[in-house]
Design a protein around this ligand. Sequence first.
Ligand code: AMP
Length: 209
Amino acid sequence: MIVILVGPPGSGKGTQATNICETFGIPQVSTGDMLRAAKKAGTLDPKFLAIMDSGGLVPDEAILGLIERRFEDADTKNGVLLDGFPRTVPQAEGLEALLSKRNLKVDAVLQLDVPRDQLEERLVLRRMDKRTGKIYHLSSYPPPPDADLEHRADDQPATVKRRLDAYEAQTAALLPYYEARGVLKRVDGVGKPEEITARIAAALPAPKQ
Ligand code: AMP
């Protein structure tokens, strides 16, 4: 089961990814999380660090290298849920080549649809509790009083605009790519998280018992 979750930053990809992974027993592979983990461990190339902090895209070859190594891990044997990857057509082509070497293919591409003004508000007010990794929203999902809050460098207003522009400019080309392959499923991403989870479940094949 290879599922790709596509959606602009702030569309709720991370939350929905967790739910899908539990349902299908597959790991979530998020290139953003992998890059942030490398940053925290001090192993990220400083060039990539600067790109991330300014909201640009890390080069395709570096991202494909990360994904290829991740597919070697035993926990990916039943499939993966890809979150934040692919973001460009060259990444999608690289993924296809990498999967076909393993006799695999993309089963579904879920596109979470959220209007741009809502995305900007969600991101600028998003905070993470550094102790638990949980994500909060200052107005709609406030953090507990003892939270140790972090506002991601790339969630600052000017950077948010850049990230959304980068998404629109580069990732929009991905949708026709997957539409042509008959695997694209559009899901309305506005509503309560559990409503969106139900829409996603309806768009995917039933999990194996
Ligand atoms: P995310 O948490 O998915 O928004 O990723 C955070 C940042 O990591 C992005 O703004 C990019 O700089 C970088 N990044 C994550 N995934 C990719 C990808 N597939 N291609 C290029 N850059 C990426």
